[in-house]
Design a protein around this ligand. Structure first.
Ligand SMILES: Cc1cc2nc3c(=O)[nH]c(=O)nc-3n(C[C@H](O)[C@H](O)[C@H](O)COP(=O)(O)OP(=O)(O)OC[C@H]3O[C@@H](n4cnc5c(N)ncnc54)[C@H](O)[C@@H]3O)c2cc1C
Length: 369
């Protein structure tokens, strides 16, 4: 008997695909092809009824989800006349518009992840590049090649070339570090072969407000990574504060105006707008994510646990223990909730056993295979 015989599963996904994020830095520099980082959502869950849509609103009383298609649906709009704006925006800050539809649920799993954190710094969304999705990796790869093409033009001065070929990374966590390492390898190999006269003018600078990069790692590993980057010519600017990002330059409190050709912004996570729109549930004060109990159920504002609603992954924080916002955690939480749902569907009770995270280790790739 399949799960869909026991209970119908509806999946609301804004994308047709699941992005395997650990490979995005490699895709952004061309070491890997984009398709290696993509898996079809439907292929993973063929029995589930999948709607390609944004969930805009959750009505906990009526057990209703209001959704907007995540495709443009131009034919439908013409027929229906008009677009209904959502209160949410997508992960690029674009307003979500389109005809709405409502779905009912008996039990709900909220797993909408998180958006990129900008700390409200002006110009980041418009002028920096995030690295959260395959679209970002593709845009970064295109931009790197464009910059070399532009710097190669005979109308450019060397001063202009140095500006264009300054690659800035803001955020010294694993994502920022892995991207800087991959970019260094690209400059040192393929781009040096293609543009030997230009790569000596290229620079990579990694900024962070913290006193060191890879803050969640062991001190010995931090030192190893820092020394290695220094040897590779990657400049680390710790305790530096970006105040504004303009087109082609940013204002850094300690350095003044810093020109760049590409700025990759990776300073952690901000709550998903759907999570922000929820007023009835308890949130984590630091991240704004949904607070969940040890069985991953959400908690109402009055302290009552909602046993028919779970939140997992980057959208949730366990009240028992703050776990890292990683796929490793999201995956183990998903397996735990699936077991609970299957137990309920088979007519039993969900297990009282608390979710236990088994840390399988943490790795940051520093380049050069
Ligand atoms: C570059 C990078 C590298 C990483 N490397 C690692 C690593 O090596 N190891 C590791 O463990 N973790 C890694 N992570 C973290 C990991 O990717 C996340 O922790 C994990 O993806 C979280 O899973 P999730 O399901 O909670 O959210 P997500 O993977 O973000 O999935 C959420 C999904 O919900 C969709 N969505 C959002 N809002 C709505 C809505 N309103 N309606 C419908 N759909 C919506 C989104 O489009 C998305 O498809 C990395 C992250 C990045 C960005």
């Amino acid at each position: 008997m399949t799960n869909s015989d026991l209970f119908p599963v509806t999946l609301i996904s804004a994308n047709t695909y699941f992005a395997f994020t650990p490979l995005l830095a490699s895709c952004a520099v061309g070491t890997l092809e984009y398709r290696t980082a993509l898996e079809s959502v439907r292929a993973f869950a063929p029995e589930a009824h999948t709607y390609l849509a944004w969930c805009d609103n959750i009505n906990f009383q009526k057990k209703e989800l209001t959704c907007t298609p995540s495709t443009s649906l131009s034919l439908h709009e013409n027929k229906q006349g008009g677009k209904e704006p959502s209160s949410l925006s997508d992960d690029r800050g674009n307003a979500i518009v389109g005809p709405k539809f409502v779905l009912n649920y008996d039990r709900l799993v909220i797993a909408v992840g998180a958006y990129a954190q900008t700390f409200g710094i002006p110009g980041v969304k418009e002028n920096a590049q995030f690295l959260k999705d395959v679209r970002d990796a593709r845009a970064i790869r295109t931009r790197i090649l464009e910059l070399f093409g532009e710097a190669n033009l005979p109308i450019m001065s060397d001063a202009e070339r140095r500006k264009l070929l300054h690659f800035c990374v803001v955020g010294g966590g694993p994502t920022g570090v892995e991207f800087a390492a991959e970019l260094h390898d690209l400059l040192a190999t393929d781009l040096t072969r293609a543009f030997p006269h230009l790569t000596p003018m290229a620079r990579i600078t990694l900024y962070d407000v913290a006193p060191q990069i890879l803050g969640s790692f062991d001190q010995e590993l931090v030192k190893y990574a820092t020394d290695r980057f220094r040897r590779n010519g990657i400049t680390i600017k710790a305790e530096h504060h970006v105040e504004r990002v303009n087109k082609g330059s940013m204002i850094v409190k300690e350095d003044g105006e810093v020109p760049f050709g590409l700025l990759v912004w990776s300073t952690g996570l901000a709550a998903n707008p759907l999570i922000n729109s929820i007023k009835e549930l308890t949130k984590d004060g630091k991240t704004g994510s949904l607070l969940v109990n040890d069985r991953l159920n959400v908690i109402r504002d009055d302290g009552q646990v909602m046993e028919d609603i779970w939140a997992i992954g980057d959208a949730a924080v366990c009240e028992k223990e703050r776990l890292p916002a990683t796929a490793q955690v999201a995956y183990q939480e998903a397996k735990y909730v699936a077991k609970q749902l299957n137990a309920i569907a088979k007519g039993g009770q969900p297990s009282n056993a608390a979710f236990e995270f088994k840390n399988l280790g943490t790795l940051a790739y520093l380049g050069d295979w």
